[in-house]
Design a protein around this ligand. Structure first.
Ligand code: HAM
Length: 419
C-alpha cells in the first residue's frame, strides 16, 4: 500500500471544518487590520532563500526541498513566506503602489525537511502577514497586536509573548564578535551544531535547544548592551506602546530567531498550556530592514509574522477549545421504495438548483438507518417520501431540532426551505 509521505497529513472531511473556521477567522481579522491577500508560487528560485533566509540557517542548510527542473534551473519548494513576498514586492515595484505601506497576508503551504516530531511537519500551512514600506514603532505594535488578537479571538489563554531587539547590522556585528570571544575558549563543550554556528552565526548558539542549560549561555553577553542609541530608543517605544494598549510581553534577550534577515524587533509567541508538547512556539516574526536591499530591491523596510495552522489547532486542543461545526444540510429525504427513490433524485435536483442544501440515502437502506444518517449529516429537516406522499403531492416536514412536523405540498416545501 502506498502511504502518505512522512511529515505530511490528510485533512479528512470530518476535520476540514476546523481549518475552514480558522481560515475564515484569519481572513476576517486580516481585513480588520486592512491586510490584503497575496499569493505567490509554491516554488521559487533556490537563490531567493539562500540569499534571503541565509546560507547559515537550518532552513537553507538542512531543510529545503530543492530540485532541478527540466531546464536545469534550481528551484525550491517555499520553506517560508517572507522572502517570496519581498521578491514579489520588488518585482512588481510595489513601492509605487498607491496603498502604502504595502500590507499583505498569505495562507499557504510551506515545505521543510524537518525531523518528524509533534507539531513539526514537512508540509504545513502558514498564515503570515508582511507590512512593507514603513519603519515606525507603531507599525511593529500593529503587527504584534494583530498577532495577539488572532490567538485571543479563539479563546486561547495560555499564551506568552516574548520580544527582543536584535538591533541593526552594525550592533549585531559587534555583538557577534563578543559572543565569539565568550564561547570560543569552551566551544568543544557544545553540540556539533553550535560548534559550526560559532563561525557562521554565533547568535544562534543562544537558542540552541540542546545546550540551553550550559553555564556559558547564562553568562553570555546581552544584546541590549550592544544596541546603538537609535535601536534602543526604537525598542523602548515599541515596549511602551505595547504596554499602553495592554499587551503583555516578556523581554527575552536570548530570542534571536532562526532566519538571518531580522533586525530590531523580533518576537515569538509560545503556548504554556499543559500537554502542548515539546515544541511550544506558536508564531514567530520580526522586522527585516535590510532584506529588500539584500535582494536588490529598493531601500524599504518590513515587518511581519507567520504562524502555522497546525500548531494553532494543537493549542486549541491543549486548552480544550472546540471549534463550532458549520451548519449541516437543510433537508434529508428518506425514501421507501424504487419509485420514491427516483422521485427523490428529481426533487433533490430542484432543491439544490434553488440553493437549498439537501441529500438522501443512495444506499437504499431501511428507514431507521436513513433517519440515523440524517442525524449524522446534521440535517435541519427530514421528509419521508413514499407512495402516499407521491400520490397526494403532500409531505410531512419534520424538524430535527424540536421534532415538530408540518404538512405541506411539495412546491410549498421548496419555497419554505428557500426562505
Ligand atoms: P518561522 O519561525 O520559521 O518564521 O516560522 C513561523 C511559524 O511557522 C512557527 O512559529 C510555527 O508556528 C510554524 N512552523 C515552522 N515550521 C513548522 C513545521 N515544520 N511544522 C509546523 N509549523 C511550523 C518564518 O517562517 C518567518 N517567515 C516569519 C516572518 C514573517 N517573519 C517576518 N515575517
Amino acid at each position: 500500500m502506498i502511504q502518505i509521505p512522512r511529515g505530511t497529513q490528510d485533512i479528512l472531511p470530518g476535520e476540514s471544518y476546523k481549518w475552514q473556521v480558522i481560515e475564515e477567522k484569519l481572513r476576517e481579522i486580516a481585513a480588520n487590520y486592512n491586510y490584503r491577500e497575496i499569493r505567490t508560487p509554491v516554488f521559487e528560485a533556490t537563490e531567493l532563500f539562500v540569499r534571503g533566509v541565509g546560507g547559515s540557517t537550518d532552513i537553507v542548510n538542512k531543510e529545503m526541498y530543492t530540485f532541478e527542473d527540466k531546464g536545469g534551473r534550481s528551484l525550491t519548494l517555499r520553506p517560508e513566506g517572507t522572502a517570496p513576498v519581498v521578491r514579489s514586492y520588488i518585482e512588481n515595484k510595489m513601492q509605487h503602489d498607491v496603498n502604502q505601506p504595502v500590507k499583505v497576508f498569505y495562507k499557504e503551504p510551506m515545505f521543510r525537511y524537518e525531523r518528524k516530531q509533534k507539531g513539526r511537519y514537512r508540509q504545513f500551512v502558514q498564515f503570515g502577514i508582511e507590512a512593507i514600506g514603513v519603519e515606525d514603532p507603531l507599525i511593529d505594535v500593529e503587527v504584534l497586536s494583530m498577532l495577539m488578537h488572532i490567538y485571543q479571538s479563539f479563546g486561547l489563554k495560555n499564551l506568552k509573548l516574548y520580544i527582543n531587539s536584535i538591533g541593526d547590522h552594525q550592533s549585531r556585528k559587534e555583538y557577534n564578535d563578543a559572543l565569539v570571544s565568550h564561547f570560543e575558549p569552551r566551544i568543544d563543550e557544545f553540540c556539533a551544531d553550535c560548534q559550526s554556528r560559532i563561525d557562521t552565526n554565533p547568535m544562534r548558539i543562544l537558542d540552541c535547544k540542546k545546550d540551553r542549560d550550559h553555564e556559558l549561555i547564562k553568562t553570555a553577553p546581552v544584546i541590549y548592551n550592544f544596541l546603538n542609541e537609535e535601536s534602543k530608543a526604537y525598542f523602548e517605544t515599541v515596549k511602551e506602546k505595547l504596554t499602553d494598549i495592554g499587551i503583555e510581553y516578556e523581554v527575552d534577550y536570548n530570542l534571536v530567531r532562526g532566519l538571518d534577515y531580522y533586525t530590531h524587533t523580533a518576537f515569538e509567541l509560545m503556548s504554556d498550556a499543559e500537554g502542548f508538547g515539546a515544541i511550544t512556539t506558536l508564531c514567530g516574526g520580526g522586522r527585516y530592514n535590510g532584506l529588500l536591499e539584500l535582494l536588490d530591491g529598493p531601500h524599504e523596510t518590513g515587518i511581519g509574522f507567520a504562524l502555522s495552522i497546525e500548531r494553532l489547532l494543537m493549542a486549541l486542543e491543549a486548552e480544550g477549545i472546540e471549534l463550532e461545526q458549520p451548519d449541516g444540510i437543510k433537508l434529508y429525504i428518506c425514501t421507501m421504495d424504487d419509485n420514491s427513490f427516483d422521485k427523490a433524485g428529481t426533487l433533490l435536483h430542484e432543491l439544490r438548483t434553488k440553493g437549498i442544501s439537501a441529500d438522501m440515502d443512495y444506499k437504499r437502506r431501511k428507514l431507521k438507518a436513513q433517519m440515523k444518517d440524517a442525524d449524522r449529516k446534521r440535517a435541519e429537516h427530514v421528509i419521508v417520501l413514499g407512495e402516499d406522499e407521491i400520490n397526494s403531492g403532500e409531505v410531512e416536514l419534520k424538524s430535527m431540532q424540536d421534532g415538530e412536523s408540518r404538512t405541506m405540498n411539495i412546491d410549498e416545501l421548496k419555497n419554505y426551505l428557500e426562505d
